[in-house]
Design a binder for this molecule. Structure first.
Ligand SMILES: Cc1cc2nc3c(=O)[nH]c(=O)nc-3n(C[C@H](O)[C@H](O)[C@H](O)COP(=O)(O)OP(=O)(O)OC[C@H]3O[C@@H](n4cnc5c(N)ncnc54)[C@H](O)[C@@H]3O)c2cc1C
Length: 380
């Protein structure tokens, strides 16, 4: 049999794409290298995503409306989200659920590590390591296979440029870390990360603590060790995990017969490293463009155009924020200071929760701009 579409990779981007394609009646196969995969991830997702994709509440282990930013000098700014929350999921459960939804919609799910993708007639031939899955014949491809995408390599897409390496450790709750149970804590501290940030994310039965860096002169394990020491944890983690985060869209992520979605396309926002929302949104937009292509011969490039139109301003804004404030501790100190402003908090949370850039009134913009200048000059 020849499938209409093969989705390579069964993380959030691939699972969402496969479900939408199958629901629309396209014959869809999803190939995932490991159906028990535990993707290294903080699992923080915004309320807007939970609503849009109707994520069942038992998957959302925590709904947190309190967040704390900590500066290099230890200054703490507490922030509240009166109109929403950050949801905490566990990827081993979350990805399984999304794949089950794809199967329920009619997608065929197969386990195998894709090894080669070769053009064949007006489609492709796909093989897996050790032929775990018999060679597949497909018409179109969605590459959803993460930061080191084999699909992108085989189909010669431009490279994934910017890769943060991030590490996370999981700790069971003990009396010493109970205080973190109901708050998201973010550390802007050069000793923890010279160019990104450290996070403490509470889950139902553990804390996920991690950090990242773009700079390969820094040893991620040493940064993580220092972070854990600074928090004051002496217990051993029960799980260590690490992976790359591609925080810059590829120069192009569509071709005539294939598209890339999620991390494979480089769709993680700079500054905050948020990728699950953009993975699921790009999976959805990519699948919709694919359906339009099959039904109306619309070009697949419509997908990339739409994604960029919707989200390029957010990617640009966060890239500037990271370039300006994450360079040294003096700038990080100013950044945390500006977070104390109520309007900054409101704008940040409104845009995080629903990914909409709502322009603030002119008066508010001027106030934030002048406060920024004052904090940058004072360095606090
Ligand atoms: C430490 C860390 C913490 C993070 N924390 C957060 C967070 O709190 N919130 C957030 O929004 N984002 C976070 N991210 C980013 C987020 O994890 C990713 O953006 C998201 O997982 C992207 O989803 P995806 O489906 O595109 O790719 P992935 O989740 O990477 O899924 C790709 C899938 O493809 C499979 N695969 C790979 N190669 C092949 C192959 N050759 N053949 C078949 N299958 C293959 C893999 O097994 C995997 O299941 C974090 C990332 C890291 C590394």
């Amino acid at each position: 049999m020849r499938y209409d579409v093969a989705v390579i990779g069964g993380g959030p981007s691939g699972a969402v794409a496969a479900a939408i394609l199958a629901k629309a009646g396209l014959s869809t196969v999803l190939v995932e290298r490991n159906l028990d995969n535990v993707k290294p991830c903080g699992g923080a997702i915004p309320l807007g995503l939970i609503e849009e994709f109707s994520i069942p509440s038992d998957l959302v282990e925590k709904k947190l409306s309190r967040m704390r930013a900590r500066s290099p000098k230890g200054r703490m700014i507490d922030m509240n989200m009166p109109n929403g929350y950050v949801g905490m999921v566990r990827r081993e459960k979350f990805d399984k659920y999304l794949r089950a939804e794809a199967a329920r919609a009619g997608a065929v799910i197969m386990e195998g590590l894709v090894k080669t993708i070769t053009p064949s007639g007006d489609g492709f031939r796909i093989t897996t390591l050790n032929d775990k899955v018999p060679a597949l014949r497909v018409r179109k491809i969605i590459g959803a296979d993460g930061a080191n995408s084999k699909t992108a390599e085989e189909l010669r897409f431009p490279p994934n440029e910017l890769k943060v390496i991030a590490m996370q450790q999981r700790f069971h709750y003990t009396p010493a870390i109970e205080k973190f149970r109901d708050i998201v804590e973010i550390w802007f501290d050069g000793e923890v990360s010279p160019d990104f940030y450290g996070w403490i994310f509470p889950k139902a039965d553990h804390l996920a603590i991690g950090t990242g860096t773009e700079d390969n002169r820094h040893n991620i394990k040493a940064l993580q060790k220092r972070f854990v020491e600074k928090i004051g944890i002496t217990d051993k983690p029960y799980l260590d995990e690490a992976a790359k985060i591609p925080m810059k869209p590829r120069k192009s992520f569509t071709s005539e017969n294939a598209i890339l979605v999620g991390d494979a396309a480089g769709l993680v926002t700079p500054a905050n490293g948020e990728g699950i929302f953009f993975a699921m949104r790009s999976g959805k937009l990519g699948a919709e463009a694919m359906i339009d292509h099959f039904r109306n011969k619309a070009p697949l490039a419509n997908y990339e155009r739409k994604f960029r139109k919707l989200y390029a301003p957010i990617f640009f804004g966060l890239e500037v924020l990271q370039a300006v404030y994450y360079r040294n501790d003096r700038l990080r100190e100013s950044f945390v200071a500006i977070c104390a402003d109520d309007d900054v908090q409101r704008i940040t949370f409104d845009s995080y929760l629903y990914k909409k850039m709502v322009p603030a009134p002119w008066r508010v913009q001027m106030k934030i701009f002048s406060k920024n200048i004052v904090h940058l000059i004072k360095g606090r």
